[in-house]
Design a protein around this ligand. Structure first.
Ligand code: MG
Ligand code: ZN
Length: 225
């Protein structure tokens, strides 16, 4: 890379960090928890959001849907009683903190913000959105070597979801190998084996979300007193 390209890249990343900090501040002030959901196209990101919205009827949820073009996911989510916003990134294959910043300004009074990132396992990892938690969802149909092929995104995840486990035997995928690979890369992440179509593993995911929502509500209360 030429020096001028390197400088442009550094500026871009610094700007992203600055907006990410701002986003974290906005979320803290509003007592909201934001979850950045990353995964390939077809891994189950939108379905995970749909099921989450269905199961957390008592939580005020906002959904931000990132896509290169098109609003198919937005149409799916706007059927529910949630605050949904779509972001079309144009050519970019990831969301960035500035896009999230502009969107957060249009949302208020929420407990939980679910962000569906653009579908790929590579560049979303470089862009901190100011989220509180990072979730990576992969499906066994992507091949059981998908985890070891994308180490960085798994290394930085708080939750790793292995989806479509009901299909594992049909596509010759070794779910335990995927879990071992994930654990090797990330000692601390919560790993959930899931099948969204069969409603398997959803309880564990909802329990995780309820846990982080409780923590943030409690800390919100203690700040005000
Ligand atoms: Mg989707
Ligand atoms: Zn990208």
């Amino acid at each position: 890379m030429h020096r001028i390209e390197i400088e442009a890249e550094i500026n871009l990343m610094n700007e992203n960090r600055r907006y990410a900090r701002e986003n974290r501040k906005i979320l803290r002030e509003n007592g909201a928890v934001a979850v950045n959901i990353m995964g390939a196209i077809g891994s189950g990101k939108t379905l995970l959001i749909e099921k989450t919205v269905e199961m957390l009827g008592d939580v005020k949820i906002g959904v931000i849907l990132g896509d290169v073009v098109c609003s198919a996911d937005y149409s799916r989510i706007s059927k529910y009683d949630v605050c949904a916003r779509a972001i079309n990134t144009g050519k970019e294959c990831h969301l960035d903190a500035h896009l999230i910043h502009e969107t957060l300004k249009m949302m208020s009074g929420l407990d939980l913000i679910l962000i569906e990132n653009v579908g790929n396992l590579v560049c979303p990892v470089d862009f901190d959105l100011g989220e509180n938690f990072r979730v990576v969802i992969v499906s066994v149909t992507e091949g059981d070597d998908v985890v070891e092929k994308h180490p960085e995104i798994f290394r930085l995840a708080d939750v790793i979801i292995i989806n479509k486990i009901g299909l594992a035997e049909y596509v010759d995928a070794d779910v335990d190998k995927m879990e071992r690979d994930a654990r090797k890369l990330n000692e601390k992440a919560k790993i959930i084996k899931m099948d969204l179509k069969l409603n398997a593993g959803l309880g564990e995911w909802i329990e995780f979300l309820r846990g982080v929502l409780d923590v943030s509500r409690n800390s919100g209360r203690s700040c005000r007193t």
